[in-house]
Design a protein. Structure first.
Ligand SMILES: *Cc1c(COP(=O)(O)O)cnc(C)c1O
Length: 400
């Protein structure tokens, strides 16, 4: 490996080398410990973003790190022509935690969404003996950037340059059951939505809405696909957000915190959806290899051992109180939404400058969701004292 570059050189080189689809902040992170990140100049940051809701266990967790170290020295990859023990272990734990019947491991959230869409199409094809089925998706949603996932993403700005996308996708309004009902026809095979909309601005589904969509899917033999990529894995104070509503999806997608930074996602299916695809219908080279599955298995082990979900409930409630107080004290804050450790503050103005100041001047990593919302998705191991510390830094960033 090359010697570490100075920050300025690193940034200059990166801007020449990497395909430019991001405007990045001028920070080069070097390592992390717990909920702290350290940049190439040794500056410490409090992390309230977790690499976009990924690093649930924070950085360099000794038990997690040891598990991936061991697997790295044992076997990384074999292909899906063969069985491997870590995939069985991680899969069994995911099924137990979710009550779903089957799991397919992917390399990312996007690919999990692709698989979910294929299950829906395959299910309807098996039933009707024909294609041309339609899917209902939600406005303001986010499901990924591949053509399939983008096709069900309700954001024109992301979609427009890449049209035409998948045909047969119709968009309803999240939390408006009538708008979903209005789109159902004899070709509809599925409804896909996030249980809690993340990128769109931290909007939890209302209980009435999610139960209504579940009933509608049952009535018309459509699959309910819940995207738990961001809101799953304990983040809402439930292992999966849908478990708080008393509904169960036919297909669920997970990723982000599943691997704690090692790239892994999964789609899970229950009942009739669990047998819709057959050998030859879907595949992946890397997906579910022993290395990434050992990482997910360690995450699932640690979740149970340390009772992460109940920790999230406790600290999430504390974060809620503190952000409520913050919202009351600042006229610029117009709304506060979320559950557990996925919360958002909506401002009456774009939050870009606040997020940037927070990072560069107050050394707290925050991220936006949409233009006007600051999203709080810290490592799940965050403590109440660290919530207080973040609030102090946020105060300074909002009123410099
Ligand atoms: C991040 C995200 C995705 C895409 O996951 P990738 O791992 O980036 O492919 C899909 N759905 C939701 C809800 C997400 O938050």
């Amino acid at each position: 490996m090359e010697k570490n570059l100075t920050k300025e050189t690193a940034i200059e080189k990166a801007e020449q080398i990497l395909y430019k689809t991001y405007n990045r902040y001028p920070v080069v992170f070097d390592h992390g410990e717990g909920v702290r990140l350290y940049d190439s100049e040794g500056k410490e940051y409090l992390d309230f973003a977790a690499g976009i809701a990924v690093c649930g266990l924070g950085y360099n967790d000794p038990e997690y790190t040891e598990a991936i170290r061991q697997q790295a020295g044992k076997l990384l990859h074999t292909s899906n022509y063969f069985y491997n023990q870590p995939a069985i272990d991680a899969g069994e734990k995911l099924l137990k935690a979710s009550g779903m019947d089957r799991v397919f491991f992917t390399n990312s959230g996007t690919e999990a969404v692709e698989g979910a869409i294929k299950i829906a199409k395959r299910y309807a094809f098996n039933r009707d003996g024909r294609g041309s089925h339609e899917i209902i998706a939600m406005n303001r949603s986010f499901h990924g950037r591949s053509i399939g996932a983008l096709s069900v993403t309700g954001n024109d700005h992301y979609r427009e340059p890449f049209a035409p996308l998948l045909p047969g996708i119709r968009f309803a309004d999240f939390n408006d059951l009538d708008s979903v009902k209005a789109l159902v026809n004899e070709n509809t095979c599925a409804v896909i939505m996030e249980t809690l909309q993340g990128e769109g601005g931290i909007y939890p589904a209302s209980e009435e809405f999610i139960k209504g969509v579940r009933a509608l899917c049952d009535e018309h033999d459509m699959l309910l696909i819940l995207d738990e990529i961001q809101c799953g894995m304990g983040r809402t104070g439930h292992m999966f957000a849908w478990q708080s509503y008393g509904v169960k999806p036919d297909v669920m997608t997970v990723a982000k915190a599943l691997g704690n930074g090692v790239p892994i996602g999964a789609f899970l299916a229950a009942g009739k959806a669990a047998t819709a695809m057959v050998p030859g219908d879907h595949g992946t080279t890397y997906g579910g290899n022993p290395f990434v599955c050992a990482a997910a298995d360690a995450v699932l082990d640690i979740f149970e051992k340390r009772q992460m979900v109940s920790h999230v409930r406790q600290v999430g409630a504390y974060l809620w109180e503190k952000l409520e107080a913050f919202a009351k004290a600042h006229d610029c804050v117009t709304d506060h939404r979320g559950m557990g450790l996925i919360q958002g503050l909506e401002f009456g103005c774009p939050v870009g400058p606040i997020v940037s100041r927070a990072l560069l001047e107050n050394q707290v990593v925050l991220i936006g969701a949409g233009t006007n919302v600051i999203r709080f998705v810290p490592p799940l191991v965050i403590t109440e004292a660290e919530v207080d510390e973040m609030i102090g830094k946020l105060e300074k960033a909002v009123e410099p």
